[in-house]
Design a protein around this ligand. Structure first.
Ligand SMILES: Nc1ncnc2c1ncn2[C@@H]1O[C@H](COP(=O)(O)OP(=O)(O)OP(=O)(O)O)[C@@H](O)[C@H]1O
Length: 631
């Protein structure tokens, strides 16, 4: 609680210190001016009933001035808070992005339990800054209520008791109402995510073709609507409960107020209070009821903000524990990176990234850990590696003993779901093995900081990213420090056989790609794949080159040519290992070593001739493909 409160206040303080302080001053003055209105009105009533007209006028003026000051301060507070809130919201969103993308492993992006937390945090990031506002208003109302209680006590302690006794239960009831709403949001986070996915599937251009042809749009829309109904039913149920509780809370306030006013009138009738005291109870009593009701409401907002702050603290802790080597040393670091990442134009962004990348690397080195080899002497060894996706129970890889020799081209083959991509994820350090170990020239991969190992890998995956950037940036982003180096980009295009693709673009490397640009160019699947390959070619001397079915849009001879070129280059440079995954056997047969995966185990391994002669699983897969091609 204290830690989350500190997180919340630190966020606001860091966003704008001056605005934060100014707001605190305005709030304090606003609180006092409200209390003074009641005091001045009492004096007005008492001087007027005593026949002192001139004095009464002065008190009247003073009451008006206090009221006007309160209103003006309220306006100023509002303007300041809106400004502060907007900037704070932006910086929280940036931090969430930076933390989410900064974790070297990807479990938090694939596992529903974590995704729910992330979705809720992203949706509720606005709560954080409203909470700071609410926190300030809670403080203001608390001061106002304190002053009010003192004034009421001066009339008669019973009046205070009647009003004060109604405040506490009502606050508790309101807090409970807010918890209902929050719990409902968390319960429906998964359904809300699925609804969003289904709605986006119908509206994004990438999926439009298939969905139009299959005429699945109405069915998908109906599914999305059904999920939306589930989400909204959950939140309306919680909303109704919260409204009932709030109503009960307001009833308690009202009962307290009416009794306190009755008590003051009775005291005045007895001559134990002045008419001014009755006016004071009526004025301050109304203020107290309103302030307490607002206080309760804002306490609810603060509670929601604290829960969002707790989620942010969870994400920060998660990022810290899952980024062992480049762990941030202070709370400002993710912010600095987030600010750098969103500054200015994309190209600026690229430069900032480059600098940040360098800084990460420096921090990484300072943090210790083993170095990946400069050049492979033996290669990569997997010893009894097993893996089960977090949150599941079925092992996807079991007992993998494998040696990927230095300078070799290794082909991973196997039927769909046999574990090829998962093995690649482990080799890239995107997941840690559940059992066994991976060694880089004898050095355990888990001892090598992810940032250092990643900087020595190039990879293209079957689901390559169609970045909406210029062609130069789309390629250059493959090696951030050299993102703007046109010579490096040209060389990468050449290595990937993609020079022709760029030559055909209206503005060459400066052509903007994607629908997000006005008049942006849409690439064909094959053109996009070539650029993705060029992106992976930006790093000239990777130790491991992963080609996970990146050439599905190319024909078989083009695919073989691409693989041959990459394997040759990799072998020349530092005895790098090329790992390729493809279902096309003409390409597979070129590999030095073929590893056949079946149900998460290595069924067999060897050269093409050797495996064909063995007449095992490889020969069987080969025969199936040949029959399909012939038939
Ligand atoms: N993020 C994940 N969480 C849980 N299970 C997963 C995840 N990703 C993959 N799997 C499961 O792991 C198994 C192996 O998947 P993997 O993607 O490694 O297969 P693959 O051999 O690469 O398949 P393909 O040839 O179709 O690409 C599959 O049963 C799949 O359902």
């Amino acid at each position: 609680m204290t830690a989350t409160l500190r997180t919340l206040l630190t966020l606001a303080w860091r966003t704008d210190r001056r605005a934060f302080l100014a707001m605190a001053v305005f709030l304090a003055l606003g609180a006092v001016s409200q209390g003074l209105v009641g005091v001045f009105l009492r004096a007005l009533t008492d001087t007027a009933t005593a026949g002192h007209g001139a004095q009464a006028s002065l008190w009247g003026l003073a009451a008006g001035a206090a009221l006007a000051t309160g209103v003006a301060l309220g306006r100023a507070e509002l303007a300041l808070m809106e400004e502060l809130a907007e900037r704070m919201g932006l910086s929280v969103q940036e931090e969430i992005l930076t933390l989410t993308s900064g974790v070297p492993t990807i479990e938090h992006l694939e596992r529903p339990a974590y995704l729910d937390k992330l979705t809720t945090l992203r949706d509720e990031s606005r709560q954080l800054y409203f909470a700071v506002w609410a926190l300030a208003l809670v403080a203001e109302h608390a001061v106002q209520i304190g002053l009010g209680v003192v004034l009421m006590a001066a009339v008669h302690p019973l009046v205070t008791l009647l009003l004060g006794g109604a405040v506490l239960p009502s606050l508790l009831v309101r807090g409970r109402a807010a918890r209902h709403v929050d719990a409902a949001t968390e319960r429906t986070a998964e359904t809300a995510r699925l609804e969003q996915h289904l709605s986006e599937s119908v509206t994004t251009p990438r999926t439009a073709k298939e969905i139009r042809l299959s005429r699945a749009a109405p069915a998908l829309e109906a599914m999305a609507a059904h999920r939306w109904e589930e989400v909204s039913a959950g939140s309306s149920r919680a909303g109704v409960r919260a409204a009932l509780l709030t109503f009960a809370g307001s009833g308690t306030f009202l009962a307290g107020y009416v009794s306190a006013l009755g008590c003051a009138a009775w005291l005045a009738a007895q001559g134990r209070a002045t008419p001014g005291d009755v006016v004071l109870v009526a004025t301050v009593g109304v203020q107290l009821v309103t302030q307490a009701s607002r206080l309760a409401f804002h306490v609810g907002s603060v509670a929601a903000g604290l829960r969002a702050a707790a989620r942010l603290a969870w994400l920060r802790a998660y990022a810290r524990t899952h980024t062992p080597a480049s762990a941030e040393s202070d709370d400002d670091a993710p912010h600095a990176r987030a600010r750098a990442a969103t500054k200015g134009h994309t190209r600026e962004r690229g430069r900032d990234h480059s600098r940040e990348h360098g800084r990460d690397h420096g921090r990484d080195r300072a943090a210790g850990g083993a170095e990946p080899p400069e050049s492979f002497a033996q290669g990569i060894t997997l010893r009894n590696v097993s893996f089960t996706y977090p949150g599941t129970t079925r092992p996807v890889l079991r007992g993998i003993d494998l040696s990927l020799p230095a300078g070799a081209t290794v082909a991973l083959v196997g039927s769909h779901g046999s574990g090829k991509t998962t093995l690649v994820k482990l080799l890239c350090g995107l997941y840690q093995p559940s059992g066994g170990e991976i060694l880089l020239d004898g050095v355990p991969l888990r001892d090598v900081p992810a940032v250092r190992w990643r900087s020595r890998i190039s990879a293209v995956f079957q689901d390559w990213v169609p970045f909406e950037l210029t062609a130069a940036e789309t390629v250059g982003i493959g090696d951030l420090p050299r993102m703007d180096d046109r010579t490096a980009v040209d060389q990468a295009l050449e290595r990937a056989g993609a020079t022709e693709v760029v030559a055909g673009l209206p503005r060459g490397l400066d052509t903007e790609l994607g629908d997000s640009f006005e008049g942006g160019m849409t690439l064909s699947g094959g053109q996009g794949q070539r650029l993705a390959l060029a992106r992976a070619s930006m790093r000239e001397e990777p130790l491991l080159l992963v080609l996970d079915e990146p050439t599905a849009s190319l024909d078989a001879p083009a695919e073989s040519a691409v693989f041959a070129r990459y394997a040759q280059a990799a072998r020349r440079h530092r005895a790098a290992i090329t790992l390729l995954i493809t279902h096309r056997f003409p390409t597979v047969r070129m590999a030095d070593l073929i590893v056949v995966l079946d149900g998460g185990r290595i069924a067999e391994q060897g050269g093409h001739g050797e495996l064909m002669a063995r007449q095992g699983r490889y020969a069987e897969l080969h025969a199936i493909q040949r029959a399909a091609a012939d038939g």
